[in-house]
Design a protein around this ligand. Sequence first.
Ligand SMILES: CSC[C@H]1O[C@H](OP(=O)(O)O)[C@H](O)[C@@H]1O
Ligand SMILES: Nc1ncnc2[nH]cnc12
Length: 321
Amino acid sequence: MSISLAAFGQKDQKDKVLIGVIGGSGLYHLNNLKELKEVNPETPWGRPSSPIKICALPSGTQIAFLTRHGQGHTIPPSSVPFRANIAALKSLGVKAIIAFSAVGSLREEIAPGSFVLPNQIIDRTKGIRPSSFFEGTSVVAHASFGDPFSNKLVKWLEERVGKVLAEKTEGIQLFTEKCILCMEGPQFSTRAESLMYRQWGADIINMSVLPEAKLAREAEISYGLICTSTDYDAWRPHSDTVTAAEVIKTLHGNAETSRVVAATILDDLHAAISTDAGKALLLEEVGSMQYSIMPRSHKQKGEDRKKLGYVLPEYFTEEDE
Ligand SMILES: CSC[C@H]1O[C@H](OP(=O)(O)O)[C@H](O)[C@@H]1O
Ligand SMILES: Nc1ncnc2[nH]cnc12
């Protein structure tokens, strides 16, 4: 006898899009999942990098997939519409984002092809990327960012991603608790910079984790980054420095593995965050902006509060008007 999920009141939960996946360089689709439809929300910060694909996991659970640099990789890191991307995902109901990124390695042991789950970030962007939903409004907020990734989600991922790599690949290694440095680009680093970043304690380098992680935090969305290493940047004294061609060589294989990882772990993640215990554990950002927003004053403009209501409806409601 087949029992419908609706009979258990679960249909709604299954049809909700709770997980967003952001694909980085090389990861432009999840074609191992069934694509159901595309949506392209117009947010107060414009439209996302590309239409968002709503895909079904093997169980039928829906997730949202967004490619960071656009289909055809037409958007450089400094011009990614990060605010529109995070706002669009939030508008779909997304509570947790698993983002993928192609990174350079600043450590010998993190060989190209390795996976890395960072837990810290050093910011070397140049202040030219809008990095807060509150920027340009009359409302001020200071989100906590000491732990820039969602620690419990990252711990949860460590176990699952490690298992997938061990069971489904020929020995691809996973490195955890690493520090990622985000540079502005689009040019790669000089040898001197690459050596300096190693001294600072950075283990890997990319151009796109910021402000993505900051905006996810402001939107109270749990955020974890799965990195795939493509090159050794510019710090090795007897090696050539990184080129785009070198990065592109490893992108394809890394993207294939990333698709397997996504298809294997996301059903479990959806199931986990659909329970009260899982919510408490994995959605630790919910409610975190409550004490980050400066108290309401008559100087805050109604139109700004309405705009912020798109991404934080919990704090900026219609009744505000
Ligand atoms: C193509 S090399 C530099 C480019 O690759 C990384 O992109 P993503 O993080 O979106 O995978 C890096 O951050 C740069 O944007
Ligand atoms: N060496 C590098 N520097 C910055 N971003 C990267 N993405 C991939 N490799 C990179």
